[in-house]
Unconditional design. Sequence first.
Lengths: 289, 428, 326
Amino acid sequence: MPLELVANVTIAGLLTGLVYGLMALGLSVIFGVVRVVNFAHGEMMTIAMYAAVVLFAAFGMDPFIALFPVAAVFFLFGYALQAGLINPFITRPEHTQFMLVLAVAIIMVNGLLMAFGPDARNVPVDYALDSFGIGPLLLDKVRVYAAVAAVAAAGGLFLFFKFTPTGSAIRACADNNLGAKVVGLNVKRYYALTFGLGSACVGAAGCLMVLLVDVTPVLGPGYTLLAFIIVIVGGLGSMAGALLGGVLIGVSEALAGLYFTPSAKSMFSFALLILVLLLRPQGLLGKRS
Amino acid sequence: MNRIPQQPIDANELAQVTDVGRRRFIAGLGASAAIVSSGSLMRPAWAQSTLNVGVLLPTSGFQAFIGKSCKLGADIAPNVLPGLGYGMPIRLMHADTETNVDVARSRAERLINDGAHVLVGAFDSGASAAIAQVCEQKGVPFIVNIAAAPQITEQGYKFTFRNFPTAIDLVRNGLALIGDIFHATNTVPRTAVFMHVNDTFGQAMARGIGAILPRLDFLPFKVVETIAYDPAARDLSVEVAKAKATKADFLMLVCRLNDAILVRREMVKQRWSPMGIIGPGNPGMYEAQFYNALGKLSEYCMSNVPWYNPKAPLTHSIERAFRKSFPKEKLMFHALNVGFTVEAIMIAADAYKRARTTDAKALADAIRQTSIANRMMIGGPIKFNAKGQVEGIKSACIQNLKMRPTVVLPAASAEAKPVFPMPGYRKA
Amino acid sequence: MLLMAVLTAALLILPAFADTYILSVAILILYFAYLGQAWNVMMGFCGQLSLGHSLYVGVGAYVSAALFVHFGIQPWLGVWAAVLACMAAGAAIGVLAFRFGIGGVYFALLTIAFAEFTRIGFDHLRWVGGSGGFFLHVAQREFNDVLALRGSPAMFYYVMLVATVAAFVFCAWLLHTRIGYYWQAIREDPEAAQALGINTFRYKMLAIVISSGMSAFGGVFFAFYYNNLFPEQIFSMSRSIEIILGPIIGGIGTLFGPILGAAVLTVLAEGITELMAAFGWEIPGVKQVFYGACLLAVIVFVPRGIWPALARCLGLESRGKGPRDG
């Protein structure tokens, strides 16, 4: 196998993995704090992808700019979803929460199908087919931009959690729910805020993802599963873990496609998940609970 | 066994079918009244009953674009048939397979239950294989419009008929045409990389190529690597990188539509310009959506597929009906899909005309006796062999030139000369 | 009692009156009721959430179909091989998960991962057709042959009816054995159960092995009823979810829940299709949105399922109590 090919494929996998990471970050934040299995995560990203398609078609808005309004709207949407629908279910058993979110996911997928039809859409930006050539390496321009944006967004979120009072309060809710209540935090409000933030993440990730893949309504469930794999591999509640997990999955799928039959490549993600669950159930960067 | 509700059988058609009894009664009254009043006996009594033709196509899902393209053919068929001497009342019942084998099967059962006398469909090999089983079990004739997997007519089925080449024939014709391309352009490529979609059709084609290619010593090239990819793949960058790394002279690509678009785009991103991209007998690169999605990038791709005869009388009547019903579309972008779909419905009408009954067994026997010379697609007359397969359907080499499918081989019916090697892509 | 008798009689003579469409819907209901019952053993009785039950259905279907196609082994024999294979698969997953203390959502994701892993594996297994599909030979039959699972829809209906009733009786019996009580203890509070001296590992293993073995028969039925298998379809996650919707809507941990849930959901799905057709709405997705909304309504308003609520209304004591809510 020529080295140049391996390098090219690895880097492409790494860049895609960072965008996966941003998507998973949203889930990690929600799952880690609210403890709700957001089985509509991929579906939410698909909605964001369509939003980027519509904004581009209507106003010629570049997805890198569309990212901001979409993330803002998604924040509000996530906040409303948690405050209105999910909060009453917080104390219910897991499978009930799961069913609730699943019903929302079914409505989302098919709402998109009603609105946009089953056909694949993409955003034909004029630099879509450009590449950077660095020596023997050939980097897909959109992929590089998207990865950089994903890292920037993740960094922003990290700073928010580290250095703002709200961020610290949310972390307190995640670490010790009861304690947070005792010191007088309005836990349900912070849950809604968290869900909003996680949704904003996935909204931004959707705008970036639409530059890499064509969107169809049925993409949702696949991405939901992918996000869960990444979060569990990386470690629940660990922000760096989500990015690491994304990169790991991105690179391992790329290399599996290279060395084995490409049609079997996602088998490796599942194998990785099974291995991590068995050997290090808290995830690579997760804390042991 | 899919419980989450599926796309229904076309609602208007369903409404017609559910009160078929009443309609039949009224139609009977009308017909007898006509006979009494005018004394005309032009219309034979048996023709009063209507032939219900169930049409199953993937009008949503991964293959939605091709399914919709086929449906254009089904839509114009009722306007074309009377002019060919098939004036009997025929009702089409549409159902969407959603590019899903399970749904195809349950829709087929539903159509038969709702009174379909014969089924037509279903573009996709997997769906067609499943429908063939339903029809065999229920004893209802099934006419395949497009589906190439050989096993569909290799199971000894009594009720399945196919007016489309098998993967083996497609590959044989397609590979021979590849030789012709090289001959016509004085090129001698030594290596090819073979990419194929990993589904029922793609696997059948891959098997066919594996069996036939080694025996064709007139072809100068060897397949250096075979790359199978997931039909639902979202991103084919690794696959294309792998193909590029083989440094093969040209790409042999067995694809569908969406994946064809992904591959072509990715080739430009990775700056890979082989001598050509040749489909040895598959859809994808001559579909209307391929041109829409890719624009200039669609240029020079080649497909060695069954094609239509622009000079055939049937083509002219289809063209007329098509222009009238779909003034915004051009037949040439839908020719293969429309052609085979209209022909399939015509086979049903023809059998009904001879059988004079909607009885399934009689219809199947009549289909077996089919002999139709007036056809749109290039090839001998439509005649089914003992397996229910039409033989002798020819392929042509279609190249995308000036943003439209253009016949470049065989030389006798060529509209232009093949361009091979293809010029590299340059950003406008 | 009278109600039960009428219902039983109606179920027994249904094929004599129903047209093929009604019959196929009835078969679908029984099929999902049966699989829901099997899943319920794990989740409803023992509290282990599996989201990958399509794995057992698929393996069961493929094993029996492969034995039949490649070696001519009839399904009445093949079914035992299928059940054994699925029990082995279930046991393997159980050992890995329960030994390593994986529970809750993590266990659910592990089951999905195994199902998906197997799906892709079967996509590449040439021996059983790969992603191209695996086809059983079909032909029209004048007579019914139950042992070979070849015959009319009415025969398949009765086969599934017997299986569903048998599963019901089996589960009712299980619930009243020591096993059943231990399961419910584990479901309510695994740590307390452990403290009471219950070998939770062994009883969880028992649940997964019984549940997977029962699911295998569903797969065998599927293979011979539909005669074609595609890994994309039979192992898909949406199939797993379809299996679990019935018991959750009907009432988790109850005996009637899976049956009632399957009936409600199937009739709902078919009803929506009919309704949309009647209104002439052809927009793809409308029905599924409506379906999702109905699902949402049930979860929000009767979160413990329809059967417990119905039983309370009818003044019946629900047999086999559902898990504690909240």
